[in-house]
Design a protein around this ligand. Structure first.
Ligand code: SAM
Length: 307
């Protein structure tokens, strides 16, 4: 298994390149390699014919752990140009296993990421034309972590972009409260729209908690790494966009019973709940993902416009 050669410490790189964390890019760095190694070992990356995409590598400690695990094709997307010199050093030390793209993960053309992975040294003989596994990994910028996840779930539901293969995993660090929401089952007090949207296409579970003290600068809250893996049989039957509308509408008044929420919209719409065999006395957080997917399916099929 290839390991990286000895490199300057991340602390030294931050000092040498004067890489002060920018709050507007949600920069909270991990400086302890035990933490990043643990994240990668728990992520359980496939190494054979796999593309590992890292979002926001920053100074690159998590990237080092990915490479030390033996990953052969790693592509990172970083928005802050200040990190490119340190990441290019890592690229040079990686024996052709790592490349970095300067860009915004929310707008980047995913074909650039795949192409970059395929161009890496291990593929120079042209033996690999596509990847069997894709791993998306990142200590996400907290400020845009939710829109990023929703975009990836949409792409996953369409098998588009880097999610074109069926063997996908996402191991992503969120603020703990967001991780709780993503993984909350029906009737859990943390249940919300993100729980339903995520669980309509993925199994979602927490794999590792990192306290606020694990980051520099220290954020106000703890963090958690969530792993998402596509469901063999997705519950989603509509577009993810329609499901998103349905859950946004339903959770707007999360303390009210569904009967009240639907009556306030249009008394006749209560029939939709009956049709899906959803108990109208339930509150939104008590409804299963499957039932929300059924509701979204009917709403989309009939072209019903939600308020
Ligand atoms: N991976 C590093 C670590 O664990 O120490 C840094 C994590 S820091 C929480 C988030 C990183 O994402 C920063 O490097 C930041 O510049 C980058 N970033 C912020 N917005 C981004 C975006 N839209 N696309 C790509 N990277 C982004």
């Amino acid at each position: 298994m290839s390991k990286l050669p000895k490199l300057p410490s991340i602390r030294d790189l931050i000092r040498i390149y004067n890489l002060k964390a920018k709050q507007q890019l949600s920069q909270n760095f991990i400086m302890d390699k035990n933490i990043t190694d643990k994240i990668i070992s728990l992520a359980g990356l496939e190494l054979e014919n796999a593309l590992c995409v890292e979002v926001g590598p920053g100074p690159g400690l998590l990237t080092r752990s990915i490479l030390d695990s033996g990953a052969r094709n790693v592509v990172a997307v970083e928005k802050d140009a200040r990190f490119i010199p340190t990441l290019e050093q890592l690229q040079e030390a990686s024996d052709g296993r790592f490349s970095v793209l300067l860009g915004d993960m929310l707008t980047i053309d995913h074909s650039l990421i795949t192409r970059s992975g395929l161009e890496q040294k291990s593929n120079a003989d042209g033996s690999i034309k596509s990847f069997d596994h894709v791993h998306l990994v990142g200590n996400l910028p907290f400020g845009v972590a939710t829109p990023m996840l929703i975009q990836w779930l949409k792409l996953l539901s369409l098998k588009s972009g880097i999610f074109g293969t069926s063997n996908v995993s996402m191991s992503l660090m969120f603020q703990k409260e967001v991780g709780d929401r993503i993984t909350a089952g029906a009737s859990d007090s943390a249940r919300g729209r993100l729980s339903v949207i995520s669980q309509s296409v993925c199994d979602a579970f927490k794999i590792y908690n990192v306290p606020a003290s694990g980051f520099v600068p220290r954020p106000k809250v703890d963090a958690t790494v969530v792993q998402l893996r596509p469901l063999e049989k997705p519950l989603l039957k509509s577009s993810l966009g329609t499901l998103e509308h349905v859950v946004r509408f339903s959770f707007m008044k999360r303390r009210k019973m569904l009967a009240r929420i639907f009556k306030d919209w249009d008394p006749e719409r209560i029939a939709l709940l009956e049709e899906c065999e959803i108990d109208p006395t339930l509150r939104p957080q008590d409804v299963t993902t499957e039932k929300f997917c059924q509701l979204a399916h009917i709403i989309e099929q009939r072209g019903i416009k939600l308020p």
